[in-house]
Write a protein that binds this ligand. Structure first.
Ligand code: NAD
Length: 299
């Protein structure tokens, strides 16, 4: 059985934790080597704008993992009670962090508060510190199929697929969601891996007719229980990226109870893509720090 796979009913359960642990072990070794060579640890700045509950959980986990592997962190709270002030302060906070040599990577809490456009982050962030792949340079490199920083969540979805043992080449893949942070990057990566990709979104007619074609289904819509078992092709590999807080519990975009009897393999929520995203983001941070390290640094 491949790493990260256990069995539930019919479907194999694709758990993120075992793969994330392998990634974290590599990150910890790289952080130790970087710190020895450069006299300081790689640094991550986390910019908080608003207090969206699920993403605060995600950010707290990232900060804890950084502490475990020896990455220095800074949390920057963007002031302001109205969108215009938050927007201005967010841009300024990112530009200050761009200029700080101790900060190798910057992430911004998502989703942004209503009225604060993603464009503010996109325009401000230094592409060399953009470890979640938002800057047009990184998005463009991904679109062209070249190496750059890709969004960690999209990277996690692909990493999970490769561990699932699914054959991507030639597969019919359906991505539900077309956001610049998840849906579209996953669609580009699947295309590069030679899947035939359909992207669905809020205006798609008869979503089930599309999802039932999918050998590989990636769902990133932010709609709890949007995809049910009757919308799946039997044996499909289902990657549920959704994180939704319902009655105090985290749930995905896929109705796990009905889907697990039809899917061949499925990610749980929580415990699937989330932990892997967290670990891969730190791998991106280390890569950013290594690229920024001055030539001839001690060690
Ligand atoms: P978003 O709101 O930016 O985009 C949602 C997309 O889903 C849009 O393209 C929209 O057209 C589509 N959509 C909405 N309703 C739909 C419907 N009924 N049918 C088909 N498509 C529909 O969200 P996002 O930032 O891409 O995040 C998506 C989900 O992934 C959220 O639940 C978010 O919390 C989660 N997320 C998880 C991680 C992780 O690490 N696991 C990271 C980022 C986001």
């Amino acid at each position: 059985m491949t790493a990260g796979a256990a069995t539930v009913s019919g479907a194999r359960l694709l758990e993120g934790a075992p793969i994330a642990a392998e990634v974290r072990a590599r990150v910890a070794a790289d952080v130790a080597a970087y710190t020895a060579a450069n006299g300081r640890p790689p640094g991550l700045a986390v910019v908080i704008c608003g207090r969206d509950a699920p993403s605060m959980v995600y950010l707290d986990r990232i900060l804890k993992t950084c502490a475990q592997v020896g990455i220095a962190t800074w949390t920057v709270d963007v002031p302001g009670d109205d969108a215009a002030t938050q927007d201005r302060e967010l841009g300024e906070a990112i530009r200050r962090l761009n200029a700080d040599a101790a900060v190798a990577g910057i992430i911004v809490q998502m989703p942004l508060p209503a009225g604060v456009p993603l464009r503010t982050v996109v325009d401000a962030i230094d592409p060399t510190k953009d470890i979640d792949g938002l800057h047009p340079l990184n998005a463009g490199l991904l679109r062209l199929g070249y190496e750059g920083f890709v969004p960690a969540t999209a990277h996690a979805a692909m990493e999970m697929l490769s561990h699932s043992g699914a054959r991507i080449e030639g597969a019919d893949a359906v991505v539900v969601g077309r956001s610049p942070v998840v849906g579209m990057p996953v669609a580009f990566m699947l295309t590069k891996a030679n899947a035939t990709v359909t992207v669905c979104h809020s205006k798609t007619r008869d979503l089930g007719a599309k999802t039932r074609q999918a050998d590989i289904l990636v769902v990133a819509a932010g709609r709890p229980g949007l995809v049910t078992g009757d919308m799946l092709k039997p044996g499909a590999v289902v990657i549920d990226v959704g994180i939704n807080l319902v009655d105090g519990h985290l749930v995905g975009d896929v109705d796990f109870a009905s889907a697990r009897d039809v899917a061949g393999a499925i990610t749980p929520v929580p415990g699937g893509i989330g932990p892997l995203t967290n670990a891969l983001l730190l791998a991106h941070l280390v890569r950013a720090a290594q690229r920024q390290a001055p030539v001839g640094a001690p060690g």
